[in-house]
Write a protein that binds this ligand. Sequence first.
Ligand code: DSN
Length: 414
Amino acid sequence: MEALKRTDPELYEIIEREERYQRSSIRLIPSENYTSQAVLEASGSVLQNKYSEGYAGKRYYEGQRYIDRVERLAVTRAEELFGAEHANVQPYSGSPANFAVYCALLEPGDTILGMALAHGGHLTHGSDVSMTGRFWNPVRYGVRKETGRIDMDEVRQIARAHRPKMLVAGASAYPRELDFAAFGEIAHEVGAHFLADISHIAGLVVAGVHPSPLPHADVVMTTTHKTLRGPRGAMILCGADLAAAIDKAVFPGLQGGPHNHTTAAIAVALKEAASEEFREYGRQTVRNAQALAQHLLEHGYDLVSGGTDNHLLLIDLTNRGILGKKAAKALDRAGIICNANAVPFDPRPAFSPSGIRLGTPSVTSRGMKEAEMQQIAAWMNRVLQDVENEDLQKAISAEVREFCRAFPAPGLAE
Ligand code: DSN
């Protein structure tokens, strides 16, 4: 970044510090990852300089001979990787992508049945604080208090009672497998479209460690930067029957020119994701999450649903008498980064919830395995047992820094 260093040393220094931070800490935010150097290069390329409203072969601007090739590559790779008839790779991120799906398939005021935000769902699945909960009529399902799991009989009952036009399956903080076949059956019984939002688990679906929502879902949306390990972006997959409506909703319905540098980086990530190495990455991500869960259980932590089937876990800290925010901040000072998170039936407010959320996509990208999860759980336990002790946090952060040196992160300079 020599040019940046010369032009804007202040910003250069901030980015350099962030890079050091990413290198020397254990990043357990389940929606984050490390993209490869190849993805970073495509993302920072001259494709940034182009405008290309429209779709490949049908643009409103001339000068697209290379841009069309880029977008066609990304689209074809997405369709092949997920076995979809149609892919739209232009959404800027997951929230606008979900919005586009609703705009394509619903009328204003139609009912959306999605997982409650407070139980692990996403803002755009009809939360009150999201415009999706204002423009459409949200109805919610959650998890069972005793099991921490979605009860498909309850989803069916709610769907029969409210007859939604859209059923959404997908979550930001749900550690268990989603039964896409059952969701699809329920949606189609009540005449709803079924949207599977696999943003968190797309990489696991590719790796075959989570069942695919295809062919049960009418539409599949995923961000590209979580377990899929691409740039920040999103894509929508659907059958040929819905392709025109989805494309029209994305452009010109909601967006102008696509971010071609991101499209290129998505294409690279999809190529990487089609490899056996990536499938092994997905499997190891789940093995690591399960190992981390097991060690935390042994240290006496209360995990929502008792464990995990995927890349993430949710700790309810109520029995330890520590607030989620306090725990997350103490862990950050110790070099272990996670986020405070509501747990299902949380009596506390969203900004100061009772739990923390952890995930293994980033640490797995660094080559960490089950043995390292044991070490991470031990550090977490030491921090959380003495959460006010900043000297201890500082000492652990030095140990973490040293530990991280053995696990180079993709895309970061050594
Ligand atoms: N904000 C993302 C997450 O952290 O899960 C979801 O969009």
